[in-house]
Design a protein around this ligand. Sequence first.
Ligand SMILES: Cc1cc2nc3c(=O)[nH]c(=O)nc-3n(C[C@H](O)[C@H](O)[C@H](O)COP(=O)(O)OP(=O)(O)OC[C@H]3O[C@@H](n4cnc5c(N)ncnc54)[C@H](O)[C@@H]3O)c2cc1C
Length: 427
Amino acid sequence: MINIVNKQDCCGCTACVQRCPKQCISLQGDEEGFLYPKVNVDDCIECGLCEKVCPVIHPYEKRIPLHTFAAINNDEEIRMQSSSGGVFTLIAEKVIDDGGVVFGARFDEKWQVVLDYTETKDGLAAFRGSKYVQARIEDTYKQCEKFLKEERKVLYSGTPCQISGLKHFLRKEYDNLLTVDFVCHGVPSPKAWRKYLSELTSKEFVQQISMRAKNRGWKDFSFKVDYDKDKSALSFISLATDNAYMKAFLSDLILRPSCHSCVAKECSSNSDITIADFWGIWEVNPAFYDDKGTSVVLIHNQKLEAFFKNLNLRYSKTSYEDVVKYNSALVRSSRPHKYRKLFWTEFEETKSFSKLVSKHTFPRGLQAIKYVIKIILKKIVGGGKINALSLPSRINKQEINSIYFREKRNSWKNYEVIIELKIISNN
Ligand SMILES: Cc1cc2nc3c(=O)[nH]c(=O)nc-3n(C[C@H](O)[C@H](O)[C@H](O)COP(=O)(O)OP(=O)(O)OC[C@H]3O[C@@H](n4cnc5c(N)ncnc54)[C@H](O)[C@@H]3O)c2cc1C
């Protein structure tokens, strides 16, 4: 039976939990907030199915894609709402048009990330855009199997390990199943995300969170929170490199341990299509670069080349080597941050997630010199960065009416922050 001794050996796909005929495997969160299977040995009949369906014990073969494309969704609005070139929505819409079902990741009512399905095009909006948190898979593998057996067309999208887990869970090929994964840097801890959220200003009025907003371009992406305008009229946006949560994610402080030795690299998830950001497109094919997002599309299933080419998009054939050159996450796992262990030792006690992240990501050595030069240049050229978390603590944050981060009355270059407070009468 499955017994996780080394955390690197469990990607959290839950194939074992969902396949167990006795339903005697449950998920338990560890101190970093990642879920791991635990077998109730009293009910276990030692059938061994949990091990048979494990994608870490039985990884699939590495593959070179059959076709590699750069692609851009012709619908500008959808592309702007998507993290890369908006190809996911195009594929998903085609499946819905054919009467199918689409599985993807959305925020739940507490802003946690969960896998779910939709049967409508409107329902796809919630799946659009990357959510950099490990999603709860719930019983979506079972739901997917049920739809497949009813002969419905199904698109299941997810991380490479989730797709590998699904394929292992199903244990047979279905002609009516289309699987789409993406190049994955790794999935961050839901507990770190909860902690970050708890420090977010006016969190009770949050209406939308985009971890890949393109307001300042696709390349230098931003983290954006929109609040309920009637109640607090507040929204904030910060460059990913300035945002505490994104910094923790991108510097590999909070990834799941198995992400550091991922078994689904080099297209070995067994998916039909892999999508990704086409980093480096500005060098490889400048005609496909406008800083609004360009997708890489890797086709692994010969039957899907025509399907892809008939979507409402602009595409260009490209070489796989050019993709790998700028997107190492396709072939290599990221290394854990030097202070990852220390970070988690201090995590429970810390009063401020943001300060803890700053402490461990603060540049040292050569990095520190580069950092100081950057700050000096910024001072000379002007401008500045703002984060809603840096609001003065004496302001009761729920009384904020509006915030302008770029007030230009005095100057455009050295922009000012204006915070309007609600006047609350005692009468
Ligand atoms: C955790 C994570 C790490 C990533 N790392 C990289 C990387 O290193 N390099 C790279 O090129 N691309 C990476 N991506 C993928 C990239 O950001 C885009 O999502 C992808 O290129 C698809 O973009 P799109 O414009 O076609 O559609 P989008 O609308 O942006 O795609 C959304 C798709 O992503 C799925 N999704 C979103 N969040 C999650 C989640 N938490 N768990 C499972 N599925 C999710 C949705 O269900 C949907 O299928 C990552 C995405 C995530 C979620």
